[in-house]
Design a protein around this ligand. Structure first.
Ligand SMILES: CC(=O)N[C@H]1[C@@H](OP(=O)(O)OP(=O)(O)OC[C@H]2O[C@@H](n3ccc(=O)[nH]c3=O)[C@H](O)[C@@H]2O)O[C@H](CO)[C@@H](O)[C@@H]1O[C@H](C)C(=O)N[C@@H](C)C(=O)N[C@H](CCC(=O)O)C(=O)O
Ligand SMILES: Nc1ncnc2c1ncn2[C@@H]1O[C@H](COP(=O)(O)OP(=O)(O)OP(=O)(O)O)[C@@H](O)[C@H]1O
Length: 495
């Protein structure tokens, strides 16, 4: 593609005469010197760890001749400098141009919020597919469309990867995309040039605040609210304390949903139930014009909030009610309150709750099913915020009958250290605490101690299939381990 097309609508100055450079053919764009090749544009980004401007010469040696920079740097005389104010912002625009603005050919739904993004985006994907639309999804669990799967480093990929994925989706005749939009993605302008048709706000609570993330809650909230100036229509949870802030700062039309406060779509008459293979809920949805009953095969109030966001969005796109109803009745998301049919006398659940808000809502929800005992297996991440350990420990100590403390991505930290820090929460608690740093043994223990009517929740890892140990991802699956343990128990082999 010609440089003039790539730089369309980018505000820049250059060390070269525009007439001499505008027709230069560019092969591709890279923001990492290591992946530059001949005739690439290298975009130098000031990152959280290092500064891409330090790698200009290495990108030059690899063949890049056009450099998008925000600081002046010395390069050989045939190097073309494109000065911009913010190179990450420029990366978004030039990537969108390079991939021929794919989001304009798609109907894009962006989901933001501290919790519920993965669940909501996957519910939407299934409903839209059942309505006959080819639908892609982008988020924490990866990228999926038309039988194609791709792993992602980030919940919301960097703008270049994102635009590339959206282009591939268009080329594969995808019509709708449900994508998770993290606050980090908004902060780093990864979605700046995505043409969102609908933006969903699930909720916000204190999270992602600290080094390399947001400096304050106000900053975190501002980043989330930005999505509603990029979209044409917003769908907002009115029961969240910050719903009005989001609405006041939005630049789009708005529909709302709720359980407690008045809204356009309100859930009433909520009832929870437990069947052989899932914990579910039933509720009635009230709008100005009608009421309709729904059933979801995921438990509790937080699942109803996710379902409401999905119903409001589906109605906005005029999806037929029977399709919405039938899909919600059956749809499940990997590792999100996933009931494993392994013991016939106790419920074993795998869930991704790994911070305060999600663990609290999960345990509250599970208590509504009146378990004989609520048993929670949990750990906390190493080499990151230590606040999370106390938060998780305090909640488990307050809500559970038994807590098995174990490892969850200890990385280079001693897992027993993390466990001992979490164990402080249990000093004055009635919750019995068991310490077992080996997650496999811990899960086997949980299966072994299960009694009639217990609910056992294996929290923290959900769909993840690894443990981060000393910087390496070592294969591990909670689900497979639990299934194996239950089989061994039945065969009398569980020691
Ligand atoms: C702290 C953080 O957000 N880091 C993200 C960021 O990296 P960075 O810009 O800080 O990278 P850096 O290592 O400082 O390097 C700066 C630049 O030098 C370049 N470089 C570096 C070395 C070299 O030899 N040559 C070279 O050119 C790098 O390619 C980069 O362009 O930009 C990268 C590309 O977009 C991200 O992959 C990376 O996410 C890391 C993995 C991460 O953990 N991010 C978290 C905080 C995050 O974004 N999480 C959200 C979910 C949480 C939420 O709700 O906000 C997400 O969307 O995943
Ligand atoms: N609406 C919600 N409110 C509170 N907790 C929720 C909600 N939806 C899901 N959860 C809990 O949070 C966990 C993660 O849910 P989900 O993956 O859908 O959220 P997310 O926003 O994608 O989270 P993350 O940023 O951690 O990837 C679930 O396993 C469940 O325990």
């Amino acid at each position: 593609m010609k440089l003039s097309h790539i730089l369309n609508e980018v505000s820049f100055t250059s060390n070269k005469d525009w007439d001499q450079i505008k027709d230069i053919e560019v092969q591709d764009i890279s923001y990492n010197s290591k992946s530059c090749h001949k005739d690439y544009i290298f975009v130098a980004i000031k990152g959280e760890t290092t500064d891409g401007h330090n790698y200009i010469n290495s990108a030059y040696e690899k063949g890049a001749r056009v450099f998008v920079i925000s600081d002046d740097v010395s390069i050989p005389s045939d190097g073309i400098k494109i000065f911009v104010e913010d190179s990450r912002l420029a990366l978004s625009k030039i990537s969108s141009n390079f991939f021929r603005n794919p989001s304009k050919d798609l109907t894009v739904i962006g989901i933001t919020g501290t919790k519920g993004k993965t669940t909501t985006s996957n519910y939407l994907k299934t409903i839209l597919q059942n309505a006959g639309y080819s639908t892609g999804v982008i988020g924490t669990n990866g990228v999926f469309y038309n039988g194609i799967q791709e792993d992602t480093n980030n919940t919301t990929p960097e703008s270049y990867e994102l635009q590339r994925i959206l282009r591939n989706m268009v080329d594969n005749e995808v019509e709708y995309v449900a994508m998770e939009v993290s606050s980090g993605g908004l902060m780093m302008n990864r979605v700046e040039d995505v043409d969102f048709d609908v933006a969903i706000f699930t909720n916000i609570s204190y999270d992602h605040i600290g080094p390399k993330e947001h400096p304050s809650f106000a900053h975190y909230l501002d980043c989330k609210s930005k999505l509603f100036s990029l979209a044409k229509h917003g769908i907002i949870n009115m029961d969240d304390n910050y719903a009005n802030y989001i609405i006041e700062n939005a630049k789009c039309s708005i529909d709302t949903f709720s359980i407690e406060n008045p809204s356009d779509l309100q859930a009433i008459d909520i009832d929870v139930y437990k069947s052989m293979d899932h914990l579910g809920s039933k509720f009635t949805c009230k709008t100005k014009t009608n009421t309709m009953e729904y059933e979801i095969c995921s438990p509790g109030v937080f699942s109803i909030y996710n379902a409401l966001a999905v119903i409001a969005t589906s109605k906005y796109f005029k999806i037929a009610d029977p399709i919405i109803k039938d899909t919600l009745k059956k749809v499940k998301v990997e590792g999100r309150v996933e009931l494993l049919p392994v013991l016939d006398y106790a419920s074993v659940i795998v869930d991704y709750a790994h911070n305060g808000i999600s663990l609290q809502s999960l345990l509250n929800t599970l208590k509504e099913y009146n378990p004989n005992r609520l048993i929670c297996l949990i750990g906390s991440v190493g080499k990151r915020t230590k606040l999370r350990r106390k938060e998780l420990g305090d909640i488990a100590a307050k809500e559970c009958d038994i807590c098995i403390l174990t490892s969850d991505n200890p990385d280079t930290e001693d897992p027993m250290n993390i466990i001992n820090e979490m164990a402080k929460s249990f000093i004055d608690s009635n919750c019995q605490v068991i310490k077992e740093p080996d997650r496999e043994k811990a899960i086997r223990k949980a299966i072994k101690i299960a009694e009639e009517g217990d609910i056992i929740v294996l929290a923290g890892k959900g769909h993840e299939n690894y443990q981060l140990i000393n910087g390496e991802k070592v294969y591990f699956s909670d689900k497979e381990t639990a299934i194996r343990a239950a089989k061994d128990l039945k065969e009398g082999k569980l020691i």
